[in-house]
Design a protein around this ligand. Sequence first.
Ligand SMILES: Cc1ncc(COP(=O)(O)O)c(C=O)c1O
Length: 476
Amino acid sequence: MPEPGVTPSGGSGSDLHLELPATGSRRAALAGALREAVREGRLAPGTRLPPYRALAVDLGVARNTVADAYAELVAEGWFTARQGSGTRVAERAAPAGAVRTPVRVTGHRTAPVHDLSQGQPDAASFPRAAWSAAARRALAAAPNEAFGPGDPQGRPELRGALAEYLARVRGVRTAPERIVVCSGFAHALRLLFGGQVLRGPLAVEPYGLPFHRSLLSDAGVRTVPLGTDDRGTRTQELAALTAAPRAVLLTPAHQFPTGGPLHPGRRAAAVDWARANGALVLEDDYDGEFRYDREPVGAVQGLDPEHVVYLGSVSKSLSPAVRLGWMVLPEHLVAPVLAVKGEREAWVSVLDQLTLAELIDSGRYDRHVRRMRQRYRDRRARLVATLAEQAPHIAVTGIAAGLHAVLRLPPGTEASTVKGATWQGIALDGLAGFRHPDAVVPPADGLVVGYATPPDSAYGAALDALCRILPPAPES
Ligand SMILES: Cc1ncc(COP(=O)(O)O)c(C=O)c1O
């Protein structure tokens, strides 16, 4: 029986400490330990592996066991085998023309080969022709006054189009006078909190975008996380929070990033709390149009338009490069938000506003969203099928909507898996970075995998690469 924790020095000069479990298949255990050593960076790219015989002696296993384990890792792309130079840890594949610097797990990142980071729609599908046709028509129809300083509330054409669209598609109850155009969700947060229309503390979900958390803390706002369970964020805790927040920020249609919808009872509890306390629900509806398995989950705003601030943008539906979003406000907040925006529109191009209004009115925005929904649904199906085939022990969650999924990992494996992904040139995030530092939630290891970004031609390879860095199934 091999002694666990042997450090073979077998002629390669590499310092390699391998821990093999005492039971189970020797070949699988060795292959797993070697993958882990590569993932953790203990075996750097280009490192020459010990010869079969030397490693076999060190570990007390058969020579063929080592040969088979090496062959397995060669087939998977972790190692390369060349006549005369033995088996080496593979240099990470790099994009054509990129400088091939050795990448250490603890070192800086180079440009990823496979982009599975969340947050971006499919750039190749931006509706270039429809957008430029809408821009042409909007320019031709725009009155001369449109070319003067912009109204900080936004163009009436766009507010009219949004009021109709949001009512029809998201169940938002509003009128053009209650809408203020902004450059996106982040801008809306800056206007509300940076402009001191609202003040902290702000109750938040236990998971969220770190960028939004730092934006709020830069504005001097303390965020107080709620708990979560299988019905979503525990909004029933709002009344008992000692911090006594005046507002709660939620992603009710599709919790970001864990992916579930907020249970109807929890939606009602948030609105009831806001009503009873003169407080507000801030509804971040960042990807509400992209729902796959069921009828769309309507906006919470429809329950009580005077206690919910509804926030949306085109960042997922079109592109985050457009910088165009909207706030649907209770009546009493319209004037304070406009006061913060100032005399003239300083952020959002009037021409882009007119273009989006035209795109919506012509029905082409709807058509684009429908097309993208189908596309993302296909992408999601391929992710699920690939994992079912290559890594059936990994649960894929949060996939009823949106542009990303959460892969649940065995406890304690997230950090090394994310490192392995970096090393293999895969851009993705672990769940831990999204967790609020004060959140009291059970530990959960996971990967947040965006499936919208890679071009079609690269998607299959990205999924295969993803499966290679996933932790192996636990030995039964
Ligand atoms: C949770 C969440 N909210 C909102 C947004 C939209 O942000 P913005 O409109 O500022 O681009 C995103 C990203 O697209 C997001 O991930």
